[in-house]
Structure formats: structure tokens, C-alpha cells
Design a protein around this ligand. Structure first.
Ligand code: BDR
Ligand code: CA
Length: 323
């Protein structure tokens, strides 16, 4: 049985990779992709989602445009990380026959009201999710699971010293979701994503096996790799968002603990996660904080999904990557 998901995202190089993983996975049925302005502006993120659908022959899946700005702050994008087009300035042409629909909030709420066992994987600022939750809290009682790529527990932030991009961009939305969702938030933060580095070796493998998606993945990750080298002297790219999808599919990939978590909304630490690991506040647990990751297991899944059309070759040669 495939698991039904809505993917909320702001593609974005790593969102795009996450979409490729999800759309190529036999475990998931993607009911819709909802877009929020984040890494780049809303419309560009939407166009990029359509490109991922086209590359995976999935244009039947609807894409909805949602919020173009956070609940209370002005949008600060991440073009320095993802390029002006959100895909490393590769300027892949827009999908001519692709449709961008309006009405994210209604789509999320209606889907939760109509369908059973639907989960949400969020790869972006939580603005759309907070708005849907504000509109119909009851609908969210039907939500199966909620996974959010965002935040950080012990690692430094990647936007400010305390805060990760998705929660920093819209801290009010993150705070609202953590404090109002019935489900616990599975938080895939920088504690785990910083450890999944797509290395030049892996990129070379993807290039040499030469699947249908190889060229695109090699092209769009070049800019990302350059950013990580300049920013952190990392050789390769930290692929945050695909880890959230992979963890949703396979719980063995990350490990963590349950606790209450709150999100700072104002001031010097806006977007910071306060993780009450030792239960000092004695509050109802609202989160599962993932802080351990099996990066090899993740990359085995990721590379197999990207090179799905070359499964036999991948099986034969993946040992070269020592995964
Ligand atoms: C997150 O921020 C964005 O730039 C990425 O797409 C990812 O969702 C990582 O902090
Ligand atoms: Ca993202």
C-alpha cells in the first residue's frame, strides 16, 4: 500500500531533489504539491515543481500556489544558495503545458476532510500549513503524520547563529504549527541534515551511470556545491529536504526522541527551537526531534531513486561508493 502525502515546498535545489525522490518512490502516492514562497519567489518555486513533475512523467499531480510571504515578516529569499531561478541558475525552461492552481489552504483542508491516512511532508517555511491549520483545526485531526524539514537542536543555525532557514523565515508559522497541531512534528533539522552530504564522488557516479535524471541532478547541484564550499568548506552539497522524504519512507534512517519544543518568534533568536529534552517544563510532548542519521542508508535510497531507470547497473556498481 502506497502512503498518501501532500508535499509542501519551495523549490529550491534540495526541494527539487526531494520531489524527484518522492515522485520516483514506489512507497508514496503524492496527492498534491503545495508551494510557498521561500528559497525564491512563489511563482518561480511553482514553475520548478512543475519541472520536477515533468522530469518524472507525473504532470497529472496538481501543484497549488500558496503564500508568497510569511505570516508577519517580509520574505527574505535564499537566491545566494539556490540561484535566481531556484535551480542553480541552470535556466531549465518552464513547462509549457503545466498548470499552477490557486487555493493551497482549501486543497489541504479538503484533502484532509475527504481522504483517509494522508500525511504532510513540509520542506519549507510553515506559512501554508499554519494558515490551513488556522482555517480548519478539526480537519487536521485526520492527519496521519507530519514531517517538517526545519529547525535545529544542537547544531548552529544556517541563517543566524541560532536558527535554520525555514523556521527563521516564518517563525510565527512554525510556532503556531508546533503549538496547535494534534500530531507530533517529526523535526528533521540541521542536526541530521548537515550529515547528509552529496559528495563529488556520488555526483560522478550519478553522471557515469547516466540515467534519465542524471544530467539535471549534476547540473543543479553544481551551484549548491559551490555555495557549500564557500560557506562551510564542505566538499559536496548538504541535501536537507530529501532526508525528510527518505525518513518518512524508512524510519530506520533517523533516530530521535520525543519532547516539547517551542519556537522563538521575536528578537535576536527568532526562529530558534527551544527543545525541552529533559522535560523541565513538564509540557505535553509535541515533537519528535531527530538527531541521529544513517547517512549511508539514506544515500542508498536516494541514489537508487534518482537512477531508477538504471536499477540493474546501480545494483552492480553502487559498492564503488562504499555505501
Ligand atoms: C532549508 O532551507 C532551504 O534553503 C532548503 O530548501 C531547506 O528546506 C535548509 O535550511
Ligand atoms: Ca526547502
Amino acid at each position: 500500500m502506497k502512503r498518501k502525502v501532500i508535499i509542501d515546498c519551495d523549490p529550491g535545489i534540495d526541494d527539487f531533489l526531494a520531489l524527484l525522490l518522492a515522485l520516483n518512490s514506489d512507497e508514496l502516492e503524492v496527492l498534491g504539491i503545495t508551494i510557498v514562497g521561500g528559497n525564491v519567489d512563489l511563482k518561480t518555486c511553482g514553475e520548478n515543481a512543475l519541472k520536477a513533475l515533468k522530469f518524472t512523467n507525473s504532470l497529472h499531480i496538481p501543484v497549488y500556489l500558496g503564500s508568497d510571504a510569511p505570516l508577519q515578516k517580509k520574505l527574505e529569499n535564499a537566491e545566494n544558495v539556490h540561484g535566481e531561478d531556484g535551480l542553480g541558475n541552470t535556466n531549465i525552461p518552464n513547462v509549457q503545458d503545466g498548470i499552477l492552481k490557486n487555493g493551497v489552504v482549501d486543497f489541504i483542508v479538503d484533502t484532509l476532510n475527504k481522504e483517509k491516512d494522508v500525511s504532510i511532508i513540509s520542506l519549507a517555511p510553515l506559512t501554508n500549513i499554519a494558515k490551513a491549520l488556522m482555517k480548519d483545526k478539526k480537519a487536521f485531526e485526520n492527519l496521519s503524520e507530519f514531517v517538517s524539514m526545519g529547525g535545529t537542536f544542537k547544531e548552529c543555525g544556517n541563517c543566524t547563529p541560532t536558527s535554520e532557514f525555514n523556521y527563521y523565515i516564518d517563525p510565527h508559522a512554525a510556532n503556531y504549527v508546533f503549538n496547535n497541531l494534534v500530531n507530533k512534528v517529526h523535526m528533521i533539522g540541521l542536526d541530521v541534515t548537515n550529515k547528509v552530504v552529496l559528495t563529488p564522488n556520488m555526483i560522478e557516479f550519478i553522471k557515469q551511470i547516466d540515467g534519465e535524471l542524471s544530467k539535471t541532478v549534476v547540473d543543479i547541484t553544481k551551484f549548491y556545491g559551490d555555495f557549500y564550499w564557500k560557506a562551510d568548506k564542505v566538499l559536496g552539497s548538504v541535501v536537507n529536504d530529501p532526508l525528510a522524504v527518505a525518513y518518512f519512507i524508512d524510519r530506520e534512517i533517523c533516530n530521535g526522541f520525543e519532547c516539547y519544543t517551542d519556537i522563538v518568534t521575536e528578537g535576536i533568536a527568532e526562529g530558534m527551537c527551544i527543545v525541552d529534552k529533559n522535560n523541565l517544563w513538564n509540557k505535553t510532548h509535541n515533537s519528535i526531534i531527530l538527531d541521529e542519521v544513517d547517512d549511508k542508508r539514506f544515500f542508498r535510497m536516494f541514489i537508487k531513486a534518482i537512477l531508477k531507470d538504471k536499477a540493474l547497473e546501480v545494483e552492480k556498481y553502487i559498492k564503488l561508493l562504499e555505501l
